[in-house]
Design a protein. Structure first.
Length: 206
């Protein structure tokens, strides 16, 4: 049981897990994707609450160990002061958890996916320098291409980008051959692997 405080200021106990094993509970993969994982209903006002409580999520068969850290702790993660268990990667907020689980579900490499996000964000800023792109991996399409959503360029709009698997494979090979080159060498900050570790600005990033 975990203590939740609703927006209506009512505090209650909710049956939400502190750990989750996706091999033992494979239905949680879909629950994470649709946002129902770690959600509950306030018994006072009836509101549906979607939480990002600190939770350890593992998927042993896919060698995944994730420590979900609440969005309110983002600065602590970026500054290297967040407490994350050894051998776990941090994800900040529920959206990052869903993103990373989708990457593992698709059998992809997180570092390669974050590198692709960097290039997508850079290109987006070339055309809209004042934008603040937030890019999420949504899965593979019917052709096997990687599907990304790009938020934050225009209010109320979400851009969709499909990256061919051949480009993913090319970037993966480049990372393996040159792991100490940018941007891939700068994408990890301790346990936090994310394009959010990089300062992105508009201009020519080619």
């Amino acid at each position: 049981m975990r203590t939740i405080t609703c927006h209506c200021d009512h505090t209650f106990e909710a049956d939400l897990p502190e750990t989750a094993d996706l091999d033992r509970s494979p239905e949680l993969v879909s629950a994470i994707a649709d946002g129902s994982f770690l959600s509950c209903r306030c018994p006072s006002c009836g509101a549906n609450l979607h939480t990002d409580l600190d939770t350890l999520v593992t998927w042993p068969s896919r060698n995944m160990k994730l420590a979900l850290v609440s969005e309110v702790s983002r600065l602590a993660v970026l500054s290297g002061h967040a407490e994350v268990p050894e051998f776990f990667d941090a994800v900040v907020g529920f959206a990052e958890l869903a993103d990373r689980v989708a990457v593992f579900a698709a059998g992809l490499d997180p570092l390669t996916v974050e590198t692709l996000k960097f290039h997508l964000a850079s290109k987006a800023l070339d055309s809209m320098p004042t934008g603040k792109p937030v890019i999420t991996f949504e899965g593979l399409d019917d052709q096997g291409s990687l599907r990304f959503h790009i938020h934050g360029l225009r209010a109320g709009e979400v851009a969709v980008s499909a990256i061919p698997r051949s480009l993913y494979d090319s970037v993966s090979s480049e990372i393996a051959a040159n792991p100490d080159e940018e941007p891939q060498c700068c994408l990890r900050n301790g346990p936090y692997l994310s394009v959010q570790n990089l300062e992105l600005e508009g201009g020519d990033h080619a």
